[in-house]
Every structure is written in structure tokens, then in C-alpha cells.
Write a protein that binds this ligand. Sequence first.
Ligand SMILES: Cc1cc2nc3c(=O)[nH]c(=O)nc-3n(C[C@H](O)[C@H](O)[C@H](O)COP(=O)(O)OP(=O)(O)OC[C@H]3O[C@@H](n4cnc5c(N)ncnc54)[C@H](O)[C@@H]3O)c2cc1C
Ligand code: SF4
Ligand code: SF4
Ligand code: SF4
Length: 372
Amino acid sequence: MKTFQNLIEEVQTPGLCHHCGGCVTFCTAINYGALALDEKGIPHFSDRAKCIECGLCYSICPEIDELREETDKVAGWVPPMGRILETTVARAKDPVIRNQATDGGVVTALLIHLFDRGHIDGAIVTRQTGPFQRAPWLATTRQEIFDAAGFYLDSSAGMHHFGHDYSTYSPSVQEFRPMLQKGLRRVAMVGTPCQIKAVRKMEALGIVPSDSIRYTLGLFCSGNFHFGEDQRRELEQMGRFAWEDVRKVNLKDELILVLNTGERRTLPLEKLAAFKRYACHYCSDYAAEYADISFGGIGADEGWTTVVTRTPFGRAILADARGQNVEITDPKQKPDLPKHLQDVIKAASERKKQYAQKMHDALVASGGKPAA
Ligand SMILES: Cc1cc2nc3c(=O)[nH]c(=O)nc-3n(C[C@H](O)[C@H](O)[C@H](O)COP(=O)(O)OP(=O)(O)OC[C@H]3O[C@@H](n4cnc5c(N)ncnc54)[C@H](O)[C@@H]3O)c2cc1C
Ligand code: SF4
Ligand code: SF4
Ligand code: SF4
């Protein structure tokens, strides 16, 4: 039976761990208590003697290619980029949400809809915890869900005033623990594709706390980025801007910075490759292929969100919110839209898969040692 020791050897040592926290969350939820996260969010053995070698932390790790068939079945996954029931563009009806949101605010509008209708007791989202810091958060009120909207930087102070690094990654799976402590049984989770996959793997095994996650809302993801002070300065030069003037950040097929003046600066993602989290170079899921619904900005006009409905659950909540909290483009008015969106998403997905494969091949060729 493989255990956390094997995760150390196969995932952590080659640099493939993206700190989702899934292994620790499970081991803690089930009260084995063998694992903990250090202050940097890296999982480690806190008490090796407590490990009963159940092997479940190994199986649920999204970096481990185990349970593929079972996980695919749970999500109804089909090639080449997961099940797709519908593809459209939509936006929140409430202009206040749209103003705060990353794209069209559909994620926030749907969460608020589910909350108002009593379908969920809370949502695992990500909130701003400092001028350039975000952290996972279990939102249990309407206001808290609203406050988490967007991908914002606080413009009240410049990035240079802060010693800490800025990372776009937020280890949302770690919020399972407070969810269990509060006894919440009906929660929606917003996460990157890797985080959604960890949940589906838990579901495939039928283990806690995945039974409390009622809806999985996945975000398209071309990678997460980590900017230390030097990189931030480099970015300013590359993009001809000052961080103190940045109002909003978005990631689509490029990094988009909206300045306080309303001007936009864009940086091609290829130029940011050096700032990408190491594990993200090996990731092949762009379009959150295992979610109930996936959301992104590519393919949609400014202020709208591209929405891929993947499961009957996802389709039901979107249909329920239509006209009330969410405005959905009428397919009769734009019959070519679904195909256009699927072409754009497919191209981005293929690019990511090919790149990940190339990186994996190189890792194997180097004997499993991560690039310096
Ligand atoms: C790291 C990252 C990379 C992305 N890359 C792409 C891309 O390449 N192409 C593309 O089209 N779209 C990408 N997206 C998705 C896009 O930025 C929007 O999140 C999506 O279009 C939904 O917009 P919205 O206005 O409907 O969401 P909103 O209503 O603004 O809600 C966004 C939700 O996402 C949560 N959230 C924000 N940051 C994170 C995070 N780091 N981890 C987990 N949850 C978070 C918020 O708490 C909120 O609940 C990326 C998102 C992230 C977080
Ligand atoms: S008890 Fe199970 S889940 Fe916890 S570290 Fe050991 S193998 Fe992993
Ligand atoms: S489950 Fe997540 S945190 Fe644990 S080893 Fe795998 S990637 Fe890293
Ligand atoms: S690129 Fe992959 S591993 Fe990195 S955050 Fe996105 S989904 Fe997770």
C-alpha cells in the first residue's frame, strides 16, 4: 500500500506538489492526524507513528494517476476535454456584482443564487487577505460570498510596500476542515482544475468530506503565478506600469492589468513562464474538466463569462438562476456561439496538454529530477 511517504518521493521531491492540501485535509478529517501543513502550506508528516498506512492520501492526490476510471465515471468525463452539455456566455444580472467580479460575475451570482434559495449553507471561495494576498475562505453569508468576487489587487497601497510575495494560488481544499468543524453539509466549492479533481477523487472513493460538497464550480486555468519582489519589478518594466496604479488583474490568454485610469496593460503568458508555479508546468487540465460547471474569460466579450455546463447538476443550477440572478446569451440570437467557444477552449486545452506532456517527458528523461 502506498502512503504519504510515496507522495514525498513521487510528488514532492520532483516538485509536482501544488499544495492543494488534499492529503492533509483527508488525514485530518478522518482523525488519523499523521499529516500537517507547514507555514508555507507544504504537507509533511507531523506524527509518522499515527499513519495507519491506509493509502488514501496517495490515491486522492491529483498528481497521482490512480482512480482514473472511477474519477472519470463520477464526473462523466469524456475526451478530449471533459463532458460538455452546453457552452455559452453569461453575466450576473446585478451590476454591483459585475463591477466587483473578474469577468461577468457569473460564479458569484450563481453562489448567491444557491445561497438565497437555501440550496447551500456556504461556499469555499477565495478572498483578499492583504493588498496582494488571497486565501481560501469558507463563506457562510451572502455578503461573504460577494466579498470574495473577483481577482483584484487592492489599489490603496503599492506592491513595493509589502515584503511578502504575491501568489495567484489559493489552496481551497484546505477549507474542508473548517467546513467539517462547523458541521456544514451542503457547500459549493470554487476551485482551480486540480482542486476540483482532488474533490472528485475523494468522491470516487466515497470518503469524507466530499459528501458535503454539493456543487463544484471550476475555473479555467493556464497556471498560477508567484511574484516575489524582483519578479514584480521585472513585470513593471515589461508591462510599463507601476503596481500602485493597478486596480484589477485578470488571466485569460494573457495577463491583463487594468489601471486606475482605466488603461489596460497586457503581458503574454509565455513571457511569464518563469514566474509560473513549478507544478503548473506539468498540469494538463485547462478547462476544469471534472467540475459541474467551468468558467473562464476566453472567448467571451469583456464583462462576460464563458460558461461550460458539464453535469446535469450544473445545468440545473444554471437553468434555475437564469433570468433571476444570471443573464444568459440566448442561443437563438447567436447560434454560432457554442461552436466558437468550444473551438477557443479546445485550442487552449490542447496547448496546455501538449506542453504538460513535453514537460513530463523531459522530467522522465532527467531521471525525475526537477529543472533547476
Ligand atoms: C489562477 C487562475 C487562473 C485562471 N486562468 C484563466 C485562463 O487562463 N483563462 C480563462 O479564460 N480564465 C482563467 N481564469 C478564470 C477567470 O479569471 C475567472 O475566474 C472566471 O472567468 C470567472 O469569472 P467571474 O467573473 O464569473 O467570477 P467571479 O464572480 O469574479 O468569481 C470568481 C470566484 O473565484 C474565486 N477565486 C478567485 N481567485 C481564486 C483562486 N486563485 N483559486 C480559487 N478560487 C479563486 C473567487 O473567490 C470567486 O468566488 C483563471 C482563474 C484563476 C483563479
Ligand atoms: S494515515 Fe492514511 S491518509 Fe494519513 S498519512 Fe497515513 S496513509 Fe496517508
Ligand atoms: S494532495 Fe495536494 S498537497 Fe498533497 S501531495 Fe498531492 S498535490 Fe501536494
Ligand atoms: S495549472 Fe494546474 S496545477 Fe496549476 S493551479 Fe492550475 S489547475 Fe492547478
